[in-house]
Design a binder for this molecule. Structure first.
Ligand code: ADP
Length: 361
């Protein structure tokens, strides 16, 4: 086996200063008062400042609008703390021509044997390419989402629109009997409503309104939505609903319109899953820091493979679903610093729990 000796000797021959000069990563050295003593050629190449322009300056002259005074404060705290002695992190600096450069920067305090700080050594790795790659990936993901959304919108609109065109053609037929005319008119109304509902849910998802917090009573909201659904015979059919509202539920900060939408989406999903049979159990309650709504149904439940998908936009297992109900509900709950949890075993129904933060009393 070849001895590593000659390579090691050769390395020692090359002075540390040569390593500093030849490094492809940006390196600069500051004295204890943070004045730059020297910069390497990689620094000159990346930032566009000549060595003479940088020497003597505080490295803050590279600071961009993205680096806050707070960031610098934390940075110096870690570097000057003898138990740590360095700082490492991502920073956006500004080149001579104004370009913003993202660096992974590592600054180490150089101390003498008496633990006094002699100066600071900084090594920076240019991350500009990685950052622009990340941006490009995010942009193409956004484009793919738009494409996916456009396809779903087109699909959802085409069916009711087709029925509407057909129905209006039939209405033009003078030989149509009054009862057939009535049926066609009814179809026209229901299909137009479907079209308008589909568009409304797309818009809510695509442009979520900002939340307007006020103190509202979750119990009152739940009671109202349950009342509307209980009187909807088409929705309930043979299903039963039991509602148990906790008496000690304090009003909570929420956007009542948006929380009503969450409650509606979850209850409608549960009723649709039960397909007109079984029992829906709705309850509210409080826990430390939260109030909650729990909706338990006796429908078919959710397969483990499907469970991670249900909050994704456009995921649906229904013929007429948009797959936006839970995605919208999830987004609303996150905006309220709350959450939705789901538990389900196939064949044993599903339980959705919505939690809203409760102010400390
Ligand atoms: P949509 O109702 O338009 O399908 P959602 O985002 O509201 O969209 O729901 C996504 C999917 O989650 C549904 O298609 C269904 O497969 C599943 N799901 C939601 N709630 C339940 C439930 N209570 N029981 C079974 N599956 C459910």
């Amino acid at each position: 086996m070849k001895s590593p000796r000659p390579a090691l000797d050769r390395l020692r021959e090359v002075s540390l200063y040569e390593a500093f000069r030849r490094s492809n990563d940006v390196m600069f050295y500051c004295d204890r008062d943070s004045g730059i003593l020297d910069v390497n050629p990689a620094f000159v190449r990346l930032f566009g400042f000549k060595r003479e322009e940088a020497v003597g300056k505080n490295p803050r002259f590279l600071r961009s609008a993205h680096s806050t005074a707070e960031l610098y404060g934390r940075m110096w705290e870690s570097i000057l703390d003898p138990s740590q002695g360095y700082w490492r992190g991502e920073i956006v600096d500004k080149a001579k021509d104004g370009r913003e450069i993202t660096l992974l920067l590592s600054i180490t305090a150089v101390r003498d044997t008496d633990e006094g700080v002699l100066g600071f050594m900084a090594i920076g790795m240019d991350l500009t390419e990685q950052v622009s790659l990340k941006t490009r990936v995010a942009q193409s993901e956004a484009l793919a989402n738009i494409g996916e959304m456009a396809a779903v919108v087109a699909h959802e609109i085409r069916n009711p629109l087709g029925s509407i065109v057909l129905a209006s053609n039939q209405l033009a037929n003078e030989a149509l009997s009054p009862s057939d005319r009535g049926t066609v008119m009814k179809l026209l109304r229901s299909e137009s409503k479907r079209l308008s509902d589909v568009l409304a849910s797309f818009l809510t998802y695509a442009r979520p309104p900002s939340i307007r917090l006020s103190r509202a009573d979750l119990n009152a909201l739940v009671a109202e939505v349950c009342g509307i659904l209980q009187s909807d015979r088409e929705m309930m059919r043979h299903a039963r609903m039991s509602v148990s509202l906790a008496p000690d539920l304090a009003p909570c900060p929420m956007d009542p319109e948006q929380i009503r939408q969450v409650v509606w989406n979850i209850l409608v999903n549960a009723l649709q899953a039960m397909e007109g049979y079984g029992r829906l159990t709705v309850s509210t309650g409080r826990e430390p820091g939260h109030v909650f709504l729990r909706v338990r149904d006796t429908g078919p439940g959710i397969q483990p493979a499907v469970l991670p998908q249900i909050f994704k936009p456009f995921f649906t297992t229904k013929q007429q679903g948009t797959g936006l109900g839970l995605a919208t509900a999830d987004r609303i709950m996150k905006a309220h610093a709350g959450a939705i949890e789901v538990e389900s075993k196939p064949g044993e129904g599903a339980t959705f729990t919505v939690r809203l933060p409760r102010p400390e009393e």
